[in-house]
Write a protein that binds this ligand. Structure first.
Ligand code: IPD
Length: 298
């Protein structure tokens, strides 16, 4: 099983602990600031019944793949803050584009709202995800759970933690589950009908073999839930780098084993992301290989 993205280059000099701490502080600050903005703006753009006003939403890759005015302006906010605090560093964001770059530059990988459908409807499971990547691997990352007013973060080799709304800091560890028959999995579905049809076939094979499956609606939060022991594993085909760049590091630093595509891989290829508690990782990956889940679902 890959524990780092395939693109990770050994040519990049090892980051110092000081750099990792600095990047993590920036990621936490950005995620927290952006989350406060998202919370405030939701109250301003929702309609009478709680869902977002129709004029605040447009569609992207398919009619069911939304982008709201708040996604766009939150990414702009993060980009503006980065240009002040980290001038000259690249940004790769869900709404504004960019790339993960190559080589030794630091690249900030941003999902301004992960779980946009939940955000639209008012389901309290959406997040802001910010990661600092270098040479294809995440050095630091933060995921702000917007409705929960808490921030998950990790630094490479420095552990993972959750800071609660009252400032309480909790170190994160995966569960100690040791059998997939007792494992609670989180997963998600893409926006295209073709991919969903295949994902549905695969889930029908996986479901009878595990404790149960959750579809929370924010892959970044799913990965943090693996870290926090709220689920035992997460898997999904066709995630974008901004969906997993922070959350996968947070899960790994809490003990999870990962399988990741190369950073920057486009979602269209449908490659698999897995983060699993260490006691079930091998068994789960073997099951995924046997059932064909490990293959891409374009
Ligand atoms: C989506 C969420 C969802 C996952 C989708 C993603 P978005 O991100 O992470 O849980 O199943 O594949 O696209 O579109 O809300 O940023």
């Amino acid at each position: 099983m890959e524990v780092v993205p395939e693109s990770t280059t050994s040519a990049v000099p090892a980051p110092t602990p000081e750099l990792i701490t600095e990047l993590r502080c920036v990621a936490v600050h950005l995620a927290r600031t952006a989350a406060a903005h998202v919370r405030l703006r939701r109250t301003q753009v929702r309609g009478a019944a709680g869902a977002l006003r129709a004029d605040a939403v447009q569609s992207k890759s398919t009619p069911t793949d939304p982008v709201t005015v708040v996604d766009t302006e939150t990414e702009e906010l993060i980009r503006a803050l980065l240009s002040e605090s980290r001038p000259g560093e690249r940004v790769f964001g869900e709404e504004g584009g960019g790339s993960v770059g190559d080589g030794s530059q630091i690249v900030w990988v941003v999902d301004p709202i992960d779980g946009t459908v939940n955000f639209m409807y008012g389901i309290p499971a959406y997040s802001v995800s910010v990661a600092a990547m270098q040479g294809g691997r995440s050095l630091a990352g933060a995921v702000a759970d917007v409705p929960g007013d808490q921030v998950y973060s990790a630094g490479l080799g420095a552990g993972a933690e959750r800071i609660g709304s009252d400032g309480t800091v909790t170190a994160l560890r995966c569960t100690e589950v040791d059998s997939i028959s007792m494992a609670l999995l989180a997963t998600g579905f893409g926006y295209s009908a073709e991919r969903r049809a295949r994902q549905g076939q695969l889930i029908a094979e996986v479901l009878p073999r595990v404790r149960d499956i959750r579809r929370v609606g924010s892959a970044a939060l799913d990965l943090c839930m693996v870290a926090a022991g709220l689920v035992d594993a997460h898997y999904e085909h066709g995630l974008n780098t901004w969906d997993w760049a922070a959350g996968a590091l947070i899960a790994a630093e809490a003990g999870a084993r990962l399988r990741l595509p190369a950073a920057g891989t486009v979602a269209k290829t449908g490659e698999l992301v897995v983060a699993a508690a260490p006691g079930i990782a091998e068994e789960l990956m073997t099951l995924f290989d046997d059932l064909g889940v490990s293959k891409p679902v374009p």
